[in-house]
Design a protein around this ligand. Structure first.
Ligand SMILES: C[S@@+](CC[C@H](N)C(=O)[O-])C[C@H]1O[C@@H](n2cnc3c(N)ncnc32)[C@H](O)[C@@H]1O
Length: 312
């Protein structure tokens, strides 16, 4: 058993959790921990860290430890509604923004890297969109999940899934490209490519996510510059003349929960640099529209976390 881990765990239990009147205080942790091997201690250390992060953020109602293996309808329902609520605030924010953009749009839209949650799709459903939505993502599960949206809502548009790596594939160009919170994911993907590190489990294990991000935020600036150029070139290829590019990059729940302030800052910096690059080329900024639309602080993202550009 490593004294190192034991001390870390004791520190977490005594200093951090010790002031709260848990049952754990009644146990003799020295006797229990003494028989643990390194893997067990490492896991316990990770789990306690996750519990601790949730406790200090008052987020312990999102609890991955208790009730997972037992039949607990109220808890699962509450968890489901918490997710649904966040998707709803997200699509309402896009809806509010679109009201101010004030165009009647009747053509194909591209949703870049949607992931698993139908946020943009929900907005298009309520907007009454009737044309084609192309979703581009390299992950087959994400593509499949977005396709299942058909079973949930009777939407009138068609979803055209394109499964590919956006940086190494021939892509169409569009009159309307929307990208909700993608800079962080694309940067992680870029980091995986340049470092050769396997990043496939980052979305499943927050400890891995945290450890990989600590390396990404310390990347040499030459890599960040290269990533910014790649992203600028991608947008140039994707967006048609006279048309729209909309991107949001805000502090995500996981960034908030794990205290990943450096990640939020880096992604915001990248968004600003990409925007500056595009403005030097053929794009025009529509910040004032975003500022007018997202005037209330409780939107999912605010004006400074949004990029609304038109290509001239
Ligand atoms: C986890 S989702 C989150 C972003 C999502 N738009 C949202 O609002 O939650 C990010 C998605 O980006 C995709 N992705 C990352 N790098 C990519 C790349 N180079 N090409 C295509 N898809 C990529 C991942 O497969 C993943 O499904």
């Amino acid at each position: 058993m490593s004294d190192n881990y034991l001390n870390l765990i004791k520190e977490k239990l005594e200093l951090k959790l010790g002031s709260i009147n848990f049952d754990i205080e009644k146990r003799n942790w020295n006797n229990i921990l003494v028989d643990f091997n390194n893997i067990e201690l490492e896991r316990l250390n990770n789990d306690l860290e996750i519990v601790y992060q949730r406790l200090i953020k008052w987020e312990y109602k999102q609890n991955d430890f208790s009730g997972r293996n037992k039949f607990n309808i109220p808890e699962r329902t509450q968890e489901f509604f918490t997710y649904l609520e966040s998707y709803c605030i997200s699509w309402r924010t896009w809806q509010k923004l679109f009201e101010y953009i004030n165009i009647s749009y009747e053509d194909k839209i591209c949703n870049l890297c949607p992931g698993w949650a139908p946020k943009v799709e929900l907005w298009l459903y309520y907007y009454g969109f009737r044309w084609v939505l192309e979703v581009i993502d390299k992950d087959s599960n994400s593509i499949e999940q977005i396709g299942k949206f058909r079973n949930l809502f009777d939407y009138k548009f068609s979803i055209n899934p394109i499964q590919c790596d956006i940086f190494s594939s021939e892509l169409n160009n569009y009159k309307f490209v929307i990208a909700n919170h993608v800079i962080d994911d694309l940067l992680l993907d870029y980091y995986g490519k340049v470092s050769g590190e396997d990043i496939s489990s980052i979305y499943k294990e927050e400890i891995i996510l945290k450890s990989i991000w600590s390396k990404v935020v310390n990347l040499d600036t030459k890599y960040i510059d290269e990533f910014i150029n790649n992203l600028t070139n991608l947008i140039l290829k994707l967006v048609d003349n006279d048309w729209i590019f909309l991107l949001s990059q805000y502090k995500s729940y996981i960034e908030y929960l794990l205290g990943l302030d450096d990640v939020t800052k880096l992604c915001n910096h990248i968004m600003i640099r990409v925007k500056e690059n595009l403005l030097k080329l053929w794009f025009v900024d529509n910040y004032s529209v975003v500022e007018q639309a997202l005037d209330w602080f409780n939107w999912y993202f605010n004006a400074d976390e949004t990029c609304f550009l038109i290509r001239k």
